[in-house]
Design a protein around this ligand. Structure first.
Ligand SMILES: [Zn+2]
Length: 96
């Protein structure tokens, strides 16, 4: 089933191509501000420009910044071990 290739113009409501940069019915375009609405409707959730990464990390993981490097090293080690184990199990099952 093909996806709908038209969207309703946010200004006049008539169907226009989904990738159209302007409406050929009413002439609305990015410059008239309609693109903001379509972007929001698409659910394009771009991160805030004022996004404070350091604060986010502290809030999320609740650890002071100085131990982050060591914690990250352990995370990488654990991930590598997990991947290796998964590969070993996979190949064991495959070439039994
Ligand atoms: Zn229009």
């Amino acid at each position: 089933m093909p996806l709908p290739r038209t969207i309703p113009c946010p200004v006049c409501g008539k169907d226009i191509p989904a990738k159209a940069k302007s409406c050929h019915h009413c002439g609305a375009c990015d410059k008239t501000g309609w693109n903001e609405e379509t972007t929001a409707a698409d659910g394009l959730d771009l991160p805030d420009e004022n996004f404070d990464y350091e604060k986010f990390v502290q809030d999320e993981f609740g650890e002071p910044r100085k131990v982050r490097g060591k914690a990250m090293l352990w995370k990488i080690t654990a991930t590598v071990l997990l991947v290796l184990t998964t590969i070993l199990i996979f190949f064991n099952a495959l070439f039994r």
